[in-house]
Write a protein that binds this ligand. Sequence first.
Ligand code: NAD
Ligand code: UDP
Length: 315
Amino acid sequence: MKRILITGGAGFVGSHLSERLLNEGNEVICLDNYFTGSKKNIEHLMDHHYFELVRHDVTQPFMIEVDEIYNMACPASPVHYQYNPIKTIKTSVMGAINMLGLAKRVKAKILQASTSEVYGDPAVHPQPESYWGNVNPIGLRSCYDEGKRCAETLFMDYHLQNEVDVKIIRIFNTYGPNMNPNDGRVVSNFIVQALKGEDITMFGDGSQTRSFQYVDDLVEGTIRMMNSRNGFTGPVNIGNPVEFTMMELASKVIELTHSTSKIIHLPLPQDDPLQRKPVIDLAKKELNGWEPKIHLEEGLVKTIGYFDNLLKENQ
Ligand code: NAD
Ligand code: UDP
């Protein structure tokens, strides 16, 4: 049994990770300030003997004896991370410093949830880990992109200078149950709009692409990365390489929800990447053949079921 700290544990990804690590027989301490996460995501874990919940902000130091740290705390949707950009970059940078300091002190292994956003609006397609990215340092997305880039730098520097055992994953667009319905990300927006019969808000002409990964595939890749061979730090891409345009996604959601919603076009936000797709050769090689198993349609059906129940509960 390991004692594991998950920052951002009450969020979308953190809640799935908490459940899986508890089910595998570990002790899980979930730390969250509830900015975008919610107790509802983890309420089914509350009675578990080996689960603990701590309200804390990662921009402040935190001391605890643990074996492993998954650093997931950070708002992930553009709407939320742009709400208070200074707080967003502090969460990534000071959160990384505080958690790395803790890892150094208690000799814990530590994994950073980085992002495909470190590639910015990529000039190389698809994106291998060796690509350095094309990021605007002073735009609306910079608080998130540059915060995550700086966190990667800190992780590698603590590794090289202080021999902290670090692991970095670059997560590509992920979706599934426990996403915040007001989160503003495309999958949750389109599903909620389709279920309510509201207009589907397509930003731009909808030809921009993303590659969508179901959350269970991400959790599997994340845990494999934490358990990867000694000295393997990454960064490693964790994403689904099957690429879709936003128009294709909207059509699929309308079809699966049998919705009468129609698509309306709104302006494309500043610095919105035109395309994104991971190269996952490194993950396959280093993480025991890891690759996504859940196809978009299967994952969408599960996610639609989740939002359908949520909307009925809130009626
Ligand atoms: P989320 O917003 O659902 O979860 C983030 C969690 O962190 C929330 O529970 C929030 O309350 C908490 N948090 C935010 N600021 C905090 C702070 N200062 N102190 C303590 N807790 C704080 O987002 P998610 O989709 O679950 O993302 C989890 C991690 O994965 C994030 O670091 C995100 O950048 C990364 N990521 C996610 C995706 C994706 O598609 N979901 C893609 C790339 C990277
Ligand atoms: N998008 C959209 N309508 C929405 C929300 C998002 O067309 O209601 C688009 C957005 O402009 C982007 C893509 O969907 O091109 C993915 O957006 P999301 O915010 O989910 O993730 P990110 O841009 O961070 O990859």
